[in-house]
Design a protein around this ligand. Structure first.
Ligand code: AHR
Length: 497
């Protein structure tokens, strides 16, 4: 018998949700920038070349922070190539992805775009082919008010006011052999330490993110975090995590279970960070920036023309099953709100993204757009500590996978309770029975679901078949709420006082 029981109380708070967990990521990769957010000449483009149809979809997602310009791209990037008169900017071979970078879009364009999108920039610096000096110069260009060569250059190029970029990533995936300028943990720890130190001397108000290992599966994982963090501890504020799930072997039950690996990965990173804190007898706690996460596998092996500008790269077309996995990853991030302070859905447009565009044509929502949209809109406030009791299943890879995965959020004013629930079971409807310990006066106001769909169904520019629907309200009898969750469904239940 499959079942799911949840007990929550408004006083049992796991952590305040930092709104930056609903961040995203724009890399100079494929058609994310060129043909994604930026397409001069498109009928919907503004005077800057920013696509307004894309901006509308992005604004709906209410993304507080966007990481830029990479990703692997940043490890070979000269930020100076992307400023000044566009006609003078160099065209370069982009070695991370084997494409042509024209530099028509650079730091100043990104800052202007962020303003228009209502988001804040999270900049990454090149610690691959370059180092601390170029990094602190970029901080000076962006954040110093004026009266120096670089800050005056920014003024000359159009921005009198500093950009005031608060968040800075110290390179990207520096333990990956695919990374330009990859390093050992000690080499990276030293470089990142010195970069962060002088970046903070340039602007003491910034926060820095040390690169964690590129993935949980890396041989370097663990030793990398502890060794590099121990070296750079005094100058960094967060350590990054990256995770992408795939269904390469076409094994649905196993794929739907992958969120458990997100939980374990986050727990392992927390353990590594706390170990270093303890070892150093430090009062300072380091938190997590989960600055790349998503499902990524559909586009693997896609061919493209080498050294071409903005080819169709990493253009995963997401299906309904991916929506469920994204829903469980969001639950995991919310359930770790006490330690995950930043998270970036990778990426934003076209490249493993919730939004797709056609060159010169339409923009549309992929299936994974929706769980992110609902989480960003309703998943703000406090993550509640949940007592969960649900039946479980095993796959070849995982054991004890909960059939139902949930997160529960109390709004900041305490008047709204939101439960996100994914039924992973492929066959049976399961009743989620929630005991609401102290939510007197709350009534159910909404049940939205994504369900009853072929797991392989996807959206196209002309047909949005995978989308949320409104459901009959679940019954609330005293303190017990019962809500039926269809097999393979994503659900949001809202209650208000
Ligand atoms: O998001 C795509 C790529 O995935 C990024 O460039 C890199 O950081 C990661 O490996």
């Amino acid at each position: 018998m499959k079942y799911a029981k949840l007990t929550i109380a408004s006083e049992f708070i796991k952590g305040k949700i930092d709104k930056r967990i609903y961040g995203s990521f724009v890399e100079h990769l494929g058609r994310c920038v060129y043909g994604g957010i930026f397409e001069p000449g498109h009928p919907e483009a503004d005077e800057n070349g920013f696509r307004l149809d894309v901006l509308d979809l992005i604004k709906e997602l209410d993304i507080p922070v966007v990481r830029y310009p990479g990703g692997n791209f940043v490890s070979g990037y000269n930020w100076e190539d992307g400023i000044g008169p566009v006609k003078d900017r160099p065209r370069r071979l982009e070695l991370a992805w084997g494409t042509l970078e024209t530099n028509e879009f650079g730091t100043d364009e990104f800052m202007a775009w962020c303003k228009k999108a209502g988001t804040a920039p999270m900049m990454a610096v090149n610690l691959g082919t370059r180092g601390p000096d170029e990094a602190r110069q970029l901080v000076e260009y962006c954040n110093h008010p004026g009266g120096t060569y670089l800050s005056d250059l920014r003024k000359k190029y159009g921005s009198d006011l500093p950009y005031d970029v608060k968040l800075w990533c110290l390179g990207n995936e520096m333990d990956g052999p695919w990374q330009m300028g990859a390093k050992t943990s000690v080499e990276y720890g030293r470089t990142a330490c010195e970069a962060a130190k002088i970046m903070k001397w340039t602007d003491p108000t910034i926060e820095t993110v040390l690169c964690g290992s590129s993935s949980w599966g890396m041989k370097t994982f663990g030793e990398w975090e502890t060794a590099s963090l121990d070296i750079a501890y005094d100058h960094v504020d967060y350590v990054s995590m990256h995770q992408y799930h795939s269904n390469n072997d076409n094994y649905l039950e196993n794929f739907l279970a992958k969120g458990v690996e997100t939980d374990s990965f986050i727990d392992s990173v927390i353990a590594a960070l706390d170990y270093v804190q303890g070892k150093r007898h430090s009062k300072k706690r380091i938190d997590i920036s989960f600055d790349e996460w998503n499902v990524w596998y559909h586009s693997n092996g896609a061919e493209f023309e080498k050294w071409s500008k903005a080819p169709h790269l990493l253009e995963d077309v997401y299906n309904f099953a991916d929506t469920l996995v994204v829903g469980t990853m969001l639950n995991s991030i919310i359930n770790h709100a006490d330690r995950v302070k930043i998270a970036c859905l990778a990426q934003l447009v076209n490249v493993i993204a919730p939004i797709m565009t056609e060159d010169g044509g339409k923009a549309w929502r992929q299936t994974i757009y929706y769980p992110f949209w609902f989480a960003s809109k309703y998943g703000r406030g406090y993550a509640l500590q949940q007592i969960k009791d649900t039946s479980k299943y095993d796959t070849r890879w995982y054991t004890d996978v909960p059939h139902v995965d949930t997160s529960s959020i109390l709004s900041e004013d305490g008047n709204e309770l939101v439960i996100f629930a994914v039924n992973r079971d492929t066959e049976d409807e399961i009743t989620l029975e929630t005991k609401l310990c102290d939510f007197d006066g709350f009534r159910v106001i909404e049940h939205i679901a994504m369900e009853d769909t072929d797991p392989m169904a996807f959206n196209t520019k002309d047909s949005e078949v995978v989308k949320p629907v409104s459901k009959a309200l679940p019954e609330l009898d005293g303190r017990i709420m019962k809500c039926s969750l269809k097999p393979m469904s994503w659900n949001m239940i809202r209650l208000r006082k």
